[in-house]
Design a protein around this ligand. Structure first.
Ligand SMILES: Nc1ncnc2c1ncn2[C@@H]1O[C@H](COP(=O)(O)OP(=O)(O)OP(=O)(O)O)[C@@H](O)[C@H]1O
Length: 564
Protein backbone atom coordinates (compact mmCIF):
# COMPACT_ATOMS: atom_id res chain seq x y z
CA UNK A 1 0.00 0.00 0.00
CA UNK A 2 1.40 3.39 -0.97
CA UNK A 3 1.32 6.40 1.35
CA UNK A 4 -1.37 7.91 -0.82
CA UNK A 5 -3.60 4.83 -0.68
CA UNK A 6 -3.01 4.44 3.05
CA UNK A 7 -3.87 8.08 3.62
CA UNK A 8 -7.00 7.84 1.45
CA UNK A 9 -8.13 4.78 3.41
CA UNK A 10 -8.21 6.52 6.78
CA UNK A 11 -8.55 10.23 6.01
CA UNK A 12 -12.38 10.01 5.92
CA UNK A 13 -12.27 9.23 9.65
CA UNK A 14 -11.04 12.76 10.33
CA UNK A 15 -14.45 14.15 9.34
CA UNK A 16 -15.70 16.49 12.03
CA UNK A 17 -12.19 17.34 13.24
CA UNK A 18 -10.78 19.01 10.16
CA UNK A 19 -11.63 22.51 11.42
CA UNK A 20 -9.22 21.85 14.30
CA UNK A 21 -6.49 20.93 11.81
CA UNK A 22 -7.15 24.24 9.99
CA UNK A 23 -6.84 26.04 13.31
CA UNK A 24 -3.56 24.26 13.99
CA UNK A 25 -2.32 25.35 10.55
CA UNK A 26 -3.28 28.97 11.33
CA UNK A 27 -1.24 28.77 14.55
CA UNK A 28 1.65 27.29 12.56
CA UNK A 29 1.52 30.18 10.06
CA UNK A 30 1.44 32.82 12.81
CA UNK A 31 4.31 31.12 14.66
CA UNK A 32 6.35 30.95 11.43
CA UNK A 33 5.64 34.63 10.70
CA UNK A 34 6.83 35.49 14.22
CA UNK A 35 10.05 33.53 13.65
CA UNK A 36 10.63 35.28 10.32
CA UNK A 37 10.10 38.70 11.86
CA UNK A 38 12.43 37.76 14.73
CA UNK A 39 15.21 36.86 12.28
CA UNK A 40 14.79 40.09 10.37
CA UNK A 41 14.96 41.98 13.68
CA UNK A 42 18.15 40.08 14.47
CA UNK A 43 19.69 41.37 11.22
CA UNK A 44 18.57 44.87 12.09
CA UNK A 45 20.05 44.55 15.58
CA UNK A 46 23.39 43.36 14.19
CA UNK A 47 23.71 46.18 11.64
CA UNK A 48 22.49 49.04 13.83
CA UNK A 49 23.29 48.15 17.41
CA UNK A 50 26.05 45.56 17.38
CA UNK A 51 28.23 46.88 14.59
CA UNK A 52 27.91 50.50 15.72
CA UNK A 53 28.08 49.66 19.43
CA UNK A 54 24.99 51.83 20.03
CA UNK A 55 22.87 51.01 23.07
CA UNK A 56 20.21 53.49 21.92
CA UNK A 57 19.78 51.55 18.70
CA UNK A 58 19.45 48.34 20.75
CA UNK A 59 16.23 48.94 22.74
CA UNK A 60 13.74 49.32 19.95
CA UNK A 61 14.53 46.17 17.91
CA UNK A 62 15.23 44.21 21.13
CA UNK A 63 11.81 44.96 22.65
CA UNK A 64 10.10 44.27 19.31
CA UNK A 65 11.99 40.96 19.12
CA UNK A 66 10.91 40.04 22.65
CA UNK A 67 7.25 40.90 21.90
CA UNK A 68 7.33 38.82 18.73
CA UNK A 69 8.99 35.93 20.58
CA UNK A 70 6.31 35.96 23.31
CA UNK A 71 3.47 36.03 20.76
CA UNK A 72 5.17 33.23 18.81
CA UNK A 73 5.60 31.17 21.99
CA UNK A 74 1.93 31.55 23.00
CA UNK A 75 0.67 30.69 19.53
CA UNK A 76 3.17 27.82 19.24
CA UNK A 77 1.99 26.41 22.57
CA UNK A 78 -1.67 26.63 21.58
CA UNK A 79 -1.03 25.13 18.14
CA UNK A 80 1.04 22.22 19.46
CA UNK A 81 -1.44 21.43 22.23
CA UNK A 82 -4.30 21.48 19.74
CA UNK A 83 -2.35 19.30 17.30
CA UNK A 84 -1.68 16.75 20.05
CA UNK A 85 -5.31 16.80 21.21
CA UNK A 86 -6.67 16.28 17.71
CA UNK A 87 -4.15 13.47 17.07
CA UNK A 88 -5.27 11.63 20.21
CA UNK A 89 -8.91 12.19 19.27
CA UNK A 90 -8.22 10.52 15.96
CA UNK A 91 -6.58 7.55 17.73
CA UNK A 92 -9.66 7.22 19.95
CA UNK A 93 -12.02 7.37 17.01
CA UNK A 94 -10.02 4.98 14.84
CA UNK A 95 -9.68 2.46 17.65
CA UNK A 96 -13.43 2.60 18.35
CA UNK A 97 -14.10 2.16 14.63
CA UNK A 98 -11.86 -0.89 14.28
CA UNK A 99 -12.97 -2.38 17.60
CA UNK A 100 -16.64 -1.95 16.64
CA UNK A 101 -15.97 -3.71 13.36
CA UNK A 102 -13.99 -6.54 14.96
CA UNK A 103 -16.81 -7.18 17.44
CA UNK A 104 -19.16 -7.96 14.57
CA UNK A 105 -16.85 -10.53 13.02
CA UNK A 106 -17.70 -14.24 13.14
CA UNK A 107 -16.00 -16.64 15.59
CA UNK A 108 -13.90 -18.27 12.86
CA UNK A 109 -12.25 -14.90 12.16
CA UNK A 110 -10.75 -15.04 15.66
CA UNK A 111 -9.33 -18.48 14.93
CA UNK A 112 -7.28 -17.03 12.10
CA UNK A 113 -5.45 -14.53 14.31
CA UNK A 114 -3.61 -14.82 17.56
CA UNK A 115 -5.27 -12.72 20.21
CA UNK A 116 -2.06 -10.83 21.04
CA UNK A 117 -1.64 -9.89 17.42
CA UNK A 118 -5.16 -8.45 17.36
CA UNK A 119 -4.38 -6.53 20.56
CA UNK A 120 -1.28 -5.08 18.93
CA UNK A 121 -3.22 -4.07 15.84
CA UNK A 122 -5.74 -2.27 18.02
CA UNK A 123 -3.06 -0.50 20.04
CA UNK A 124 0.31 0.02 18.31
CA UNK A 125 -0.97 -0.05 14.73
CA UNK A 126 -3.76 2.40 15.46
CA UNK A 127 -1.22 4.85 16.87
CA UNK A 128 1.07 4.41 13.87
CA UNK A 129 -1.82 5.33 11.58
CA UNK A 130 -2.44 8.48 13.58
CA UNK A 131 1.16 9.40 12.75
CA UNK A 132 0.38 9.02 9.06
CA UNK A 133 -3.01 10.67 8.93
CA UNK A 134 -2.96 13.47 11.50
CA UNK A 135 0.54 14.18 12.82
CA UNK A 136 2.16 13.85 9.41
CA UNK A 137 -0.49 15.99 7.71
CA UNK A 138 -0.11 18.74 10.26
CA UNK A 139 3.66 18.25 10.18
CA UNK A 140 3.83 18.51 6.39
CA UNK A 141 1.59 21.59 6.27
CA UNK A 142 3.57 23.21 9.04
CA UNK A 143 6.90 22.40 7.35
CA UNK A 144 5.67 23.66 3.98
CA UNK A 145 4.45 26.98 5.46
CA UNK A 146 7.71 27.49 7.23
CA UNK A 147 9.79 26.61 4.19
CA UNK A 148 7.76 29.00 2.01
CA UNK A 149 8.01 31.85 4.52
CA UNK A 150 11.68 31.43 5.27
CA UNK A 151 12.46 30.92 1.60
CA UNK A 152 10.55 34.10 0.67
CA UNK A 153 12.48 36.00 3.33
CA UNK A 154 15.76 34.49 2.14
CA UNK A 155 14.99 35.45 -1.49
CA UNK A 156 14.04 38.91 -0.37
CA UNK A 157 17.36 39.27 1.45
CA UNK A 158 19.56 37.81 -1.31
CA UNK A 159 18.00 35.78 -4.13
CA UNK A 160 21.34 34.49 -5.44
CA UNK A 161 22.40 33.10 -2.07
CA UNK A 162 18.91 31.71 -1.60
CA UNK A 163 19.25 29.75 -4.82
CA UNK A 164 22.39 28.06 -3.44
CA UNK A 165 20.41 27.21 -0.31
CA UNK A 166 17.75 25.42 -2.29
CA UNK A 167 20.21 23.06 -3.93
CA UNK A 168 19.60 21.07 -0.73
CA UNK A 169 15.92 20.37 -1.42
CA UNK A 170 16.32 17.89 -4.31
CA UNK A 171 19.22 16.22 -2.45
CA UNK A 172 17.01 15.67 0.60
CA UNK A 173 14.22 14.34 -1.58
CA UNK A 174 16.64 11.91 -3.24
CA UNK A 175 17.99 10.73 0.11
CA UNK A 176 14.45 10.17 1.49
CA UNK A 177 13.55 8.16 -1.61
CA UNK A 178 16.61 5.94 -1.30
CA UNK A 179 15.96 5.24 2.38
CA UNK A 180 12.18 4.82 2.35
CA UNK A 181 12.14 1.30 0.83
CA UNK A 182 14.21 -0.45 3.50
CA UNK A 183 12.59 1.58 6.29
CA UNK A 184 9.14 0.42 5.16
CA UNK A 185 10.34 -3.20 5.08
CA UNK A 186 11.80 -3.05 8.58
CA UNK A 187 8.74 -1.21 9.92
CA UNK A 188 6.51 -4.00 8.61
CA UNK A 189 8.69 -6.68 10.23
CA UNK A 190 8.70 -4.71 13.47
CA UNK A 191 4.90 -4.40 13.55
CA UNK A 192 4.58 -8.17 12.95
CA UNK A 193 7.16 -8.94 15.63
CA UNK A 194 5.34 -6.59 18.05
CA UNK A 195 2.17 -8.59 17.46
CA UNK A 196 4.00 -11.88 18.00
CA UNK A 197 5.53 -10.67 21.30
CA UNK A 198 2.16 -9.49 22.63
CA UNK A 199 0.70 -12.86 21.60
CA UNK A 200 3.35 -14.87 23.40
CA UNK A 201 3.00 -12.72 26.53
CA UNK A 202 -0.77 -12.97 26.45
CA UNK A 203 -0.78 -16.72 25.86
CA UNK A 204 1.90 -17.44 28.47
CA UNK A 205 0.29 -15.35 31.18
CA UNK A 206 -3.07 -16.89 30.36
CA UNK A 207 -1.73 -20.39 30.95
CA UNK A 208 0.64 -19.58 33.79
CA UNK A 209 -0.68 -22.38 36.04
CA UNK A 210 -0.10 -24.99 33.33
CA UNK A 211 3.36 -23.55 32.62
CA UNK A 212 4.32 -23.81 36.28
CA UNK A 213 2.71 -27.19 36.85
CA UNK A 214 4.45 -28.75 33.83
CA UNK A 215 7.79 -26.96 34.47
CA UNK A 216 7.58 -25.21 31.11
CA UNK A 217 8.88 -21.79 32.22
CA UNK A 218 12.25 -22.11 30.41
CA UNK A 219 10.45 -23.13 27.19
CA UNK A 220 8.12 -20.14 27.48
CA UNK A 221 11.10 -17.83 28.03
CA UNK A 222 12.73 -19.26 24.90
CA UNK A 223 9.52 -18.74 22.94
CA UNK A 224 9.45 -15.09 23.99
CA UNK A 225 13.14 -14.69 23.24
CA UNK A 226 12.71 -16.04 19.69
CA UNK A 227 10.11 -13.37 18.96
CA UNK A 228 12.16 -10.74 20.78
CA UNK A 229 15.19 -11.51 18.59
CA UNK A 230 13.09 -11.03 15.42
CA UNK A 231 11.70 -7.79 16.83
CA UNK A 232 15.14 -6.53 17.85
CA UNK A 233 16.61 -7.29 14.43
CA UNK A 234 13.85 -5.38 12.64
CA UNK A 235 13.88 -2.53 15.13
CA UNK A 236 17.66 -2.08 15.13
CA UNK A 237 17.90 -2.34 11.33
CA UNK A 238 15.15 0.25 10.94
CA UNK A 239 16.76 2.58 13.49
CA UNK A 240 20.14 2.19 11.75
CA UNK A 241 18.68 3.24 8.42
CA UNK A 242 16.91 6.22 10.01
CA UNK A 243 20.10 7.25 11.76
CA UNK A 244 22.10 6.90 8.55
CA UNK A 245 19.56 9.07 6.77
CA UNK A 246 19.88 11.74 9.50
CA UNK A 247 23.67 11.77 9.22
CA UNK A 248 23.62 11.96 5.41
CA UNK A 249 21.22 14.91 5.67
CA UNK A 250 23.48 16.55 8.27
CA UNK A 251 26.46 16.36 5.91
CA UNK A 252 24.41 17.69 2.98
CA UNK A 253 23.23 20.60 5.13
CA UNK A 254 26.77 21.41 6.24
CA UNK A 255 27.89 21.50 2.60
CA UNK A 256 25.13 23.95 1.72
CA UNK A 257 25.78 26.19 4.74
CA UNK A 258 29.51 26.31 3.91
CA UNK A 259 28.64 27.17 0.30
CA UNK A 260 26.43 30.04 1.45
CA UNK A 261 29.01 31.37 3.95
CA UNK A 262 31.77 31.15 1.31
CA UNK A 263 29.67 33.16 -1.12
CA UNK A 264 28.72 35.61 1.64
CA UNK A 265 32.37 36.19 2.58
CA UNK A 266 33.14 36.86 -1.06
CA UNK A 267 30.25 39.34 -1.29
CA UNK A 268 31.29 41.13 1.92
CA UNK A 269 34.90 41.39 0.66
CA UNK A 270 33.53 43.18 -2.43
CA UNK A 271 31.32 45.44 -0.30
CA UNK A 272 28.07 44.06 -1.69
CA UNK A 273 26.79 42.70 1.59
CA UNK A 274 26.79 43.70 5.28
CA UNK A 275 27.76 41.32 8.07
CA UNK A 276 24.22 41.72 9.54
CA UNK A 277 22.66 40.59 6.24
CA UNK A 278 24.97 37.56 6.10
CA UNK A 279 24.24 36.65 9.74
CA UNK A 280 20.47 37.02 9.14
CA UNK A 281 20.84 34.92 6.07
CA UNK A 282 22.64 32.12 7.87
CA UNK A 283 20.09 32.38 10.69
CA UNK A 284 17.42 31.77 8.08
CA UNK A 285 19.26 28.67 7.03
CA UNK A 286 19.13 27.54 10.65
CA UNK A 287 15.35 27.92 10.51
CA UNK A 288 14.86 26.77 6.93
CA UNK A 289 16.73 23.49 7.07
CA UNK A 290 14.84 21.87 9.98
CA UNK A 291 11.44 22.03 8.21
CA UNK A 292 13.09 20.93 4.96
CA UNK A 293 14.66 18.04 6.82
CA UNK A 294 11.42 17.21 8.62
CA UNK A 295 9.65 16.96 5.24
CA UNK A 296 12.04 14.13 4.37
CA UNK A 297 11.65 12.54 7.81
CA UNK A 298 7.87 12.77 7.65
CA UNK A 299 8.02 10.92 4.39
CA UNK A 300 9.91 8.14 6.17
CA UNK A 301 7.52 8.13 9.16
CA UNK A 302 4.55 7.94 6.81
CA UNK A 303 6.22 5.16 4.85
CA UNK A 304 6.75 3.20 8.06
CA UNK A 305 3.13 3.81 9.07
CA UNK A 306 1.85 2.21 5.86
CA UNK A 307 2.90 -1.14 7.36
CA UNK A 308 0.38 -0.55 10.16
CA UNK A 309 -2.23 0.56 7.64
CA UNK A 310 -1.98 -2.73 5.79
CA UNK A 311 -2.44 -4.65 9.03
CA UNK A 312 -5.49 -2.66 10.07
CA UNK A 313 -6.95 -2.73 6.59
CA UNK A 314 -6.81 -6.52 6.75
CA UNK A 315 -9.11 -6.41 9.79
CA UNK A 316 -11.45 -3.85 8.29
CA UNK A 317 -11.73 -5.82 5.06
CA UNK A 318 -12.99 -8.90 6.91
CA UNK A 319 -16.76 -8.96 6.45
CA UNK A 320 -19.24 -10.00 9.14
CA UNK A 321 -20.85 -13.22 7.88
CA UNK A 322 -23.99 -12.70 9.91
CA UNK A 323 -25.86 -9.50 9.09
CA UNK A 324 -29.26 -7.96 9.64
CA UNK A 325 -31.83 -8.38 6.89
CA UNK A 326 -32.80 -5.28 4.94
CA UNK A 327 -36.42 -5.50 6.09
CA UNK A 328 -36.41 -7.39 9.40
CA UNK A 329 -39.56 -9.06 10.71
CA UNK A 330 -40.63 -7.52 14.01
CA UNK A 331 -41.63 -10.02 16.69
CA UNK A 332 -43.69 -8.13 19.26
CA UNK A 333 -43.62 -11.05 21.71
CA UNK A 334 -41.38 -14.07 21.50
CA UNK A 335 -43.19 -17.27 22.50
CA UNK A 336 -40.12 -19.47 22.16
CA UNK A 337 -40.93 -22.02 19.45
CA UNK A 338 -37.66 -23.16 17.95
CA UNK A 339 -37.44 -25.20 14.75
CA UNK A 340 -34.41 -26.70 13.10
CA UNK A 341 -35.59 -27.69 9.65
CA UNK A 342 -33.27 -30.09 7.76
CA UNK A 343 -30.28 -28.10 8.99
CA UNK A 344 -26.80 -28.82 7.67
CA UNK A 345 -23.60 -27.20 8.81
CA UNK A 346 -19.91 -27.51 8.09
CA UNK A 347 -16.86 -25.84 9.59
CA UNK A 348 -14.70 -25.15 6.57
CA UNK A 349 -14.25 -28.74 5.25
CA UNK A 350 -15.72 -30.67 8.17
CA UNK A 351 -19.40 -31.66 7.99
CA UNK A 352 -20.90 -31.45 11.46
CA UNK A 353 -24.66 -31.50 10.97
CA UNK A 354 -26.61 -33.04 8.16
CA UNK A 355 -30.36 -32.92 7.75
CA UNK A 356 -30.85 -32.12 11.42
CA UNK A 357 -34.44 -31.58 12.48
CA UNK A 358 -35.79 -30.55 15.87
CA UNK A 359 -38.81 -28.58 17.03
CA UNK A 360 -38.97 -27.31 20.57
CA UNK A 361 -42.36 -25.99 21.61
CA UNK A 362 -42.75 -22.84 23.75
CA UNK A 363 -42.04 -23.68 27.37
CA UNK A 364 -40.72 -27.15 26.53
CA UNK A 365 -37.64 -28.50 28.29
CA UNK A 366 -35.47 -30.53 25.93
CA UNK A 367 -32.26 -32.28 26.88
CA UNK A 368 -29.78 -32.55 24.02
CA UNK A 369 -27.30 -35.31 24.47
CA UNK A 370 -24.94 -37.41 22.38
CA UNK A 371 -21.27 -38.31 22.09
CA UNK A 372 -18.57 -35.70 22.39
CA UNK A 373 -17.90 -33.84 19.14
CA UNK A 374 -21.21 -34.75 17.52
CA UNK A 375 -22.34 -31.12 17.23
CA UNK A 376 -24.39 -30.20 20.32
CA UNK A 377 -22.63 -26.88 21.00
CA UNK A 378 -22.75 -26.14 17.29
CA UNK A 379 -26.56 -26.33 17.43
CA UNK A 380 -26.57 -23.77 20.23
CA UNK A 381 -24.26 -21.48 18.24
CA UNK A 382 -26.46 -21.78 15.16
CA UNK A 383 -29.47 -20.78 17.22
CA UNK A 384 -27.73 -17.55 18.24
CA UNK A 385 -26.55 -17.02 14.66
CA UNK A 386 -22.85 -17.16 15.47
CA UNK A 387 -22.91 -18.98 12.14
CA UNK A 388 -25.64 -19.56 9.58
CA UNK A 389 -26.47 -23.13 8.49
CA UNK A 390 -25.05 -24.28 5.19
CA UNK A 391 -28.38 -26.03 4.44
CA UNK A 392 -31.93 -25.90 5.78
CA UNK A 393 -33.45 -23.25 7.98
CA UNK A 394 -33.81 -22.37 11.65
CA UNK A 395 -36.97 -20.58 12.74
CA UNK A 396 -38.05 -18.76 15.86
CA UNK A 397 -41.83 -18.63 16.31
CA UNK A 398 -42.11 -19.62 12.65
CA UNK A 399 -39.86 -16.79 11.41
CA UNK A 400 -36.51 -17.70 9.80
CA UNK A 401 -33.66 -16.40 11.95
CA UNK A 402 -32.23 -14.66 8.91
CA UNK A 403 -35.38 -12.48 8.77
CA UNK A 404 -34.86 -11.21 12.31
CA UNK A 405 -32.57 -8.49 13.55
CA UNK A 406 -29.55 -10.20 15.10
CA UNK A 407 -29.84 -7.97 18.16
CA UNK A 408 -33.52 -8.81 18.63
CA UNK A 409 -32.80 -12.53 18.22
CA UNK A 410 -30.06 -12.50 20.84
CA UNK A 411 -32.30 -10.51 23.18
CA UNK A 412 -34.70 -13.46 23.15
CA UNK A 413 -32.19 -16.21 23.82
CA UNK A 414 -29.74 -16.70 26.64
CA UNK A 415 -26.82 -18.99 26.01
CA UNK A 416 -24.78 -20.29 28.90
CA UNK A 417 -21.62 -21.37 27.07
CA UNK A 418 -19.58 -24.38 28.01
CA UNK A 419 -16.57 -22.23 28.86
CA UNK A 420 -16.82 -20.17 32.03
CA UNK A 421 -16.28 -16.50 31.22
CA UNK A 422 -15.26 -14.32 34.16
CA UNK A 423 -15.14 -10.56 33.70
CA UNK A 424 -13.01 -8.05 35.59
CA UNK A 425 -15.25 -6.56 38.28
CA UNK A 426 -17.25 -7.56 41.32
CA UNK A 427 -19.46 -10.62 41.58
CA UNK A 428 -22.45 -8.30 41.29
CA UNK A 429 -21.07 -6.77 38.07
CA UNK A 430 -20.43 -10.26 36.72
CA UNK A 431 -24.03 -11.28 37.34
CA UNK A 432 -25.58 -8.10 35.95
CA UNK A 433 -23.43 -8.19 32.78
CA UNK A 434 -26.28 -9.71 30.79
CA UNK A 435 -28.84 -7.26 32.06
CA UNK A 436 -27.46 -3.93 33.27
CA UNK A 437 -29.90 -2.07 35.45
CA UNK A 438 -31.31 -5.17 37.16
CA UNK A 439 -32.62 -4.42 40.67
CA UNK A 440 -30.86 -5.86 43.76
CA UNK A 441 -33.88 -8.09 44.35
CA UNK A 442 -33.63 -9.52 40.83
CA UNK A 443 -29.89 -10.15 41.26
CA UNK A 444 -30.56 -11.95 44.52
CA UNK A 445 -33.33 -14.04 42.98
CA UNK A 446 -31.09 -15.07 40.07
CA UNK A 447 -28.25 -15.97 42.44
CA UNK A 448 -30.65 -18.01 44.59
CA UNK A 449 -32.01 -19.90 41.56
CA UNK A 450 -28.48 -20.67 40.50
CA UNK A 451 -27.63 -21.88 43.97
CA UNK A 452 -24.97 -19.21 44.25
CA UNK A 453 -26.41 -16.91 46.91
CA UNK A 454 -25.14 -18.88 49.90
CA UNK A 455 -21.52 -19.13 48.84
CA UNK A 456 -21.51 -15.47 47.73
CA UNK A 457 -22.82 -14.18 51.08
CA UNK A 458 -20.29 -16.40 52.88
CA UNK A 459 -17.46 -14.43 51.23
CA UNK A 460 -16.10 -11.52 53.34
CA UNK A 461 -17.07 -8.98 50.69
CA UNK A 462 -20.17 -10.81 49.48
CA UNK A 463 -21.55 -9.53 46.19
CA UNK A 464 -18.80 -6.86 46.16
CA UNK A 465 -16.00 -9.44 45.99
CA UNK A 466 -13.74 -8.41 43.09
CA UNK A 467 -12.88 -11.01 40.45
CA UNK A 468 -10.13 -11.03 37.85
CA UNK A 469 -10.54 -13.06 34.65
CA UNK A 470 -7.04 -14.54 34.83
CA UNK A 471 -7.29 -15.80 38.42
CA UNK A 472 -10.80 -15.63 39.81
CA UNK A 473 -10.77 -16.43 43.52
CA UNK A 474 -13.64 -18.93 43.25
CA UNK A 475 -13.80 -22.67 42.68
CA UNK A 476 -14.79 -24.10 39.30
CA UNK A 477 -18.23 -25.11 40.59
CA UNK A 478 -18.81 -21.70 42.18
CA UNK A 479 -17.91 -19.99 38.94
CA UNK A 480 -20.34 -22.27 37.08
CA UNK A 481 -23.13 -21.21 39.42
CA UNK A 482 -22.16 -17.55 39.09
CA UNK A 483 -22.38 -17.72 35.30
CA UNK A 484 -25.71 -19.53 35.58
CA UNK A 485 -26.99 -16.67 37.76
CA UNK A 486 -25.84 -14.28 35.02
CA UNK A 487 -27.77 -16.29 32.45
CA UNK A 488 -30.93 -16.57 34.56
CA UNK A 489 -30.97 -12.84 35.28
CA UNK A 490 -31.46 -12.15 31.59
CA UNK A 491 -34.91 -13.64 31.89
CA UNK A 492 -35.36 -14.45 28.20
CA UNK A 493 -38.07 -16.74 26.74
CA UNK A 494 -35.40 -19.20 25.54
CA UNK A 495 -32.60 -20.62 27.62
CA UNK A 496 -29.77 -22.72 26.16
CA UNK A 497 -27.47 -24.25 28.74
CA UNK A 498 -24.33 -25.96 27.49
CA UNK A 499 -23.04 -28.33 30.15
CA UNK A 500 -24.06 -26.10 33.09
CA UNK A 501 -23.46 -28.79 35.70
CA UNK A 502 -19.86 -29.77 34.92
CA UNK A 503 -17.83 -29.42 38.08
CA UNK A 504 -20.85 -29.61 40.36
CA UNK A 505 -21.59 -32.43 42.81
CA UNK A 506 -24.64 -34.55 41.96
CA UNK A 507 -27.07 -33.07 44.55
CA UNK A 508 -26.16 -29.48 43.54
CA UNK A 509 -26.48 -30.35 39.86
CA UNK A 510 -29.94 -31.85 40.36
CA UNK A 511 -31.05 -29.01 42.62
CA UNK A 512 -29.87 -26.53 40.00
CA UNK A 513 -31.76 -28.13 37.14
CA UNK A 514 -34.89 -28.46 39.26
CA UNK A 515 -34.77 -24.76 40.10
CA UNK A 516 -34.62 -23.66 36.46
CA UNK A 517 -37.43 -21.23 35.74
CA UNK A 518 -40.55 -22.92 34.34
CA UNK A 519 -42.54 -21.82 31.31
CA UNK A 520 -39.64 -21.03 29.10
CA UNK A 521 -38.13 -22.93 26.23
CA UNK A 522 -35.09 -24.64 27.68
CA UNK A 523 -32.46 -26.63 25.80
CA UNK A 524 -30.06 -28.35 28.13
CA UNK A 525 -26.93 -29.84 26.57
CA UNK A 526 -25.48 -32.44 28.85
CA UNK A 527 -23.66 -35.75 29.08
CA UNK A 528 -25.19 -36.39 32.49
CA UNK A 529 -27.98 -38.90 31.82
CA UNK A 530 -29.31 -38.59 35.36
CA UNK A 531 -30.55 -35.11 34.45
CA UNK A 532 -32.76 -36.35 31.63
CA UNK A 533 -35.45 -37.27 34.20
CA UNK A 534 -36.40 -33.59 34.45
CA UNK A 535 -36.89 -33.09 30.73
CA UNK A 536 -40.06 -33.14 28.66
CA UNK A 537 -38.06 -34.74 25.88
CA UNK A 538 -34.57 -36.07 25.39
CA UNK A 539 -32.94 -35.78 22.00
CA UNK A 540 -29.93 -37.96 21.53
CA UNK A 541 -27.93 -36.74 18.57
CA UNK A 542 -26.59 -40.21 17.97
CA UNK A 543 -30.11 -41.21 16.86
CA UNK A 544 -32.63 -41.76 19.67
CA UNK A 545 -35.33 -39.31 20.69
CA UNK A 546 -37.60 -40.22 23.59
CA UNK A 547 -40.05 -38.51 25.89
CA UNK A 548 -39.86 -38.54 29.64
CA UNK A 549 -42.47 -39.10 32.27
CA UNK A 550 -40.40 -37.19 34.72
CA UNK A 551 -42.01 -35.02 37.38
CA UNK A 552 -40.63 -31.99 35.59
CA UNK A 553 -42.70 -32.84 32.51
CA UNK A 554 -45.78 -33.20 34.66
CA UNK A 555 -45.02 -29.85 36.23
CA UNK A 556 -44.74 -28.27 32.83
CA UNK A 557 -47.97 -29.81 31.62
CA UNK A 558 -49.65 -28.49 34.73
CA UNK A 559 -48.34 -24.99 34.19
CA UNK A 560 -49.32 -25.18 30.53
CA UNK A 561 -52.80 -26.25 31.58
CA UNK A 562 -52.89 -23.34 34.02
CA UNK A 563 -51.94 -20.99 31.21
CA UNK A 564 -54.75 -22.35 29.05
N1 LIG B 1 -14.59 -23.50 15.33
C1 LIG B 1 -14.49 -24.71 14.81
N2 LIG B 1 -13.81 -24.92 13.67
C2 LIG B 1 -13.72 -26.13 13.13
N3 LIG B 1 -14.29 -27.24 13.66
C3 LIG B 1 -14.98 -27.09 14.80
C4 LIG B 1 -15.11 -25.83 15.43
N4 LIG B 1 -15.86 -25.97 16.54
C5 LIG B 1 -16.17 -27.29 16.61
N5 LIG B 1 -15.65 -27.94 15.57
C6 LIG B 1 -15.81 -29.37 15.28
O1 LIG B 1 -17.20 -29.61 15.12
C7 LIG B 1 -17.57 -30.79 15.73
C8 LIG B 1 -18.73 -30.52 16.69
O2 LIG B 1 -18.26 -29.73 17.75
P1 LIG B 1 -19.22 -29.35 18.97
O3 LIG B 1 -18.46 -28.47 19.88
O4 LIG B 1 -20.50 -28.85 18.47
O5 LIG B 1 -19.43 -30.78 19.62
P2 LIG B 1 -20.17 -31.18 20.96
O6 LIG B 1 -21.13 -32.24 20.61
O7 LIG B 1 -20.72 -29.99 21.64
O8 LIG B 1 -18.98 -31.77 21.78
P3 LIG B 1 -18.75 -31.84 23.38
O9 LIG B 1 -19.79 -32.74 23.93
O10 LIG B 1 -17.39 -32.43 23.50
O11 LIG B 1 -18.82 -30.45 23.88
C9 LIG B 1 -16.34 -31.35 16.40
O12 LIG B 1 -15.84 -32.39 15.60
C10 LIG B 1 -15.37 -30.21 16.44
O13 LIG B 1 -14.06 -30.66 16.24
Amino acid sequence: MTIRQAFGRFWPLTRGDRRWYVLVCCCVIVAAVCETVAILLFGNLTDHALQQGSLRAFWHPASAWLAVAVVGAIIGYLGNSLAFWSGERFVRRLRAHVFGHVQELPPDFFQRYRRGDLVERLSGDVEAIEQLVVSSTIGVLSAVFRVVLFAAAAFWLRWDLALVTFVLAPLLWLAAKVFSGPIRRFARSERIADGAITSVLEESLGTIELTQAYNRSPAEEQRLDREAVAWMRASVSGARRSELYEQVVEVLETLCVLGVIGLGVWEISHGRMTLGALLSFTAFLGYLYPPLRSLGELNLTATAATAATERLDELLSAEPTVTDPEHPVELATVHGRVEFDRVGFRYRDVDVLEDFGLTVEPGEFVVLTGPSGIGKSTIAKLLLRFHDPTAGEIRLDGVPLTSLQVRRLRESITLLPQQTHVLAGTIRANITYGRPGATPAEILAAARSANAHDFITALPEGYDTPLTPSSPTLSGGQLKRLTLARALLRNTPILVLDEPTTGLDAPTAHQLIQSLPPNRTTILITHDHSLTQYADRVVDLSGTTYGSDAPRAAGRLLSAAREL
